[in-house]
Ligand binder design. Structure first.
Ligand code: IMP
Ligand code: MG
Length: 199
């Protein structure tokens, strides 16, 4: 389905309108909401009475973080880090580079690393190393999406929201070139040239 065929329109500036270049819905907002609730239950069970420190990877995780956070009953701290693997309009990973690491003291903390999507695995592997080296008592991981593609780093999250095909996806926080984070469903980006050029 193309963007124009969506029940909305491409009317510029209209909330909920689906822009040209953004394709079929892969995961609806309803399925996301149900899955986030289920993930929150599993995570809460696992942490029990332990205080949890979420280390969330900006910016794609913003919407997922906000939804999950409000369903978690345990004592929670939130720290954010910022990494970029897809600078500008790239749709091929260039590998993670830290932009921001403001994480406080993690010594003895029970950490949940939270990311939007597992692709090559480099981001999660890099964060796990870093969090462990900072003396966390335990580190668990949760990603909303796991792409069905070859991994550069062998890393398996403890919790996964949805397995998705090896396509570039946007919406529910995920962007392309900074856009489309506000779409409430997760959609496939229609095929286009990687304007960022070859790695
Ligand atoms: P990895 O290090 O290759 O696993 O990449 C993970 C990061 O790349 C994620 O945290 C996302 O920010 C970004 N990313 C990977 N695939 C996509 C995608 O399909 N859409 C939007 N962002 C993506
Ligand atoms: Mg990310």
């Amino acid at each position: 389905m193309t963007a124009g065929a969506d029940a909305g329109t491409n009317a510029a500036g209209r909330p909920g309108a689906v822009p040209l270049g953004v394709g079929a819905v892969l995961v609806t907002r309803r399925r996301i909401a149900r899955r986030v609730a289920a993930l929150a239950e599993r995570i809460a069970e696992s942490f029990g009475d332990e205080e949890m420190t979420i280390v969330a990877v900006l910016t794609g995780v913003l919407v997922f973080l906000a939804d999950l956070l409000r369903r978690l009953p345990t004592r929670i701290r939130v720290e954010v880090v910022s990494l970029s693997s897809y600078p500008g309009a790239a749709v091929q990973s260039r590998g993670p580079s830290f932009r921001l690491w403001p994480v406080g003291d993690l010594v003895g903390r029970h950490v949940l690393v939270l990311d939007d999507i597992l692709d090559t695995g480099q981001t999660l592997a890099c964060l796990l190393d870093r969090v462990r080296s900072l003396g966390a008592a335990s580190v668990r991981t949760c990603v909303l999406l796991r792409k069905n593609c070859p991994r550069v780093e062998r890393v398996e999250p403890d919790w996964v929201g949805f397995d998705v095909p090896d396509a570039f996806v946007v919406g529910y926080g995920l962007d392309h070139d900074g856009l489309y984070r506000n779409l409430p469903d997760i959609r496939v980006l229609e095929a286009q040239d990687d304007a960022g050029g070859a790695p």
